[in-house]
Design a protein around this ligand. Sequence first.
Ligand code: SAH
Length: 376
Amino acid sequence: MSAPAAMPAAPNLAGDGRTDLVGYDLAALTALFVELGEPAFRARQLYRWIYNRGATDFAAMSDLAKPLRDLLAARFRVGRPGATSVLESFDGTTKWLLRLTDGNEVECVHIPETDRGALCVSSQVGCTLSCKFCHTGTQRLVRNLTAAEILGQVMLARDRFGEWPSPVEGRRITNIVMMGMGEPLYNWDNIAAALRLAMDGEGIAISRRRITLSTAGVAPMIRRCGEELGVNLAISLHAVTDELRDVLVPLNRKYPIAELLAACRGYPGLRNARRITFEYVMLKGVNDSADEARELVRLIAGIPAKVNLIPFNPWPGAPYERSDDDTIERFAEIVRRAGYPSPVRTPRGEDIMAACGQLKSASEKMRRGATAAPPA
Ligand code: SAH
């Protein structure tokens, strides 16, 4: 049997030797059923139990025959990442610290708003990019998450909020933002497999319009992201000159601003209703002047865009400070007058270190593992 596209590259083994089915798409489950000598159409029933109903116990899958359920239970499981802690902020933000089967840890954050909520999902253990203002960038141990580990974050959060099957109204997880730990475009295959499963209407059913992928600027992967996933794109810009961006986001030395913005201009499906979000962290006295706001507007001219200003979130030993409120407002005003919406992101979950750039797990205390992607 040749491996279907979305079958996890390495079998996702639980500690007990059973293979985890989370991460298998319908084609992979169908191939598995054929291999087991079961009618292929039954794979769809299992698919719906896993991704629509959120079932983790084969015994509950009442429309599958008992011998098949027993067979599945002996060889497979439908797992979730283990949560070592779940913290809740005074503002309602929830942060999970997840322990993966190899002992590594990642974090995942739910940010509720009045009528919706975003789940901020991690793509890697740690990050290779070493952006100077980001806590995750100081974590040395890095590996890519598997599709199952990425999707498992969404499934675990849905378990907590009882969102199986997807409620039509009042969902607490309406959006997914790939803005947690790691660089998603350095883990393309697993991100693509996980997001395809997340957006499938027969399963988890979170529309591509409600999914945003944020990248520090892996320019050559941007077109593919639009063509193959069609999700919203966010770019962590943070500086308007290569000189400064080389320092803040060292990946810029590989893909400088002009190349990055050219890739943005070519993003498939770009129009006013589907703008690119440029994220810009506000660092006191570093990148927050009125001249820089004007230069930003000049750089992105012609791109349907919105500029999300993120007040810097401090972490122990961080070499920067947050810009003053009036400096941020002055910067935003210049951008708005040029015709771009420019919301200032309210820090959420600061008391539990869950705000942008504050995520960092204890994994680095463990032995160094393989590096997932080449350093910038
Ligand atoms: N690697 C991807 C995904 C991370 S998204 C990317 O860089 O886009 C996390 C966002 O938070 C990025 O825009 C990142 O630059 C920003 N960020 C990192 N550290 C921060 C901090 N200390 N304060 C505010 N924003 C920060």
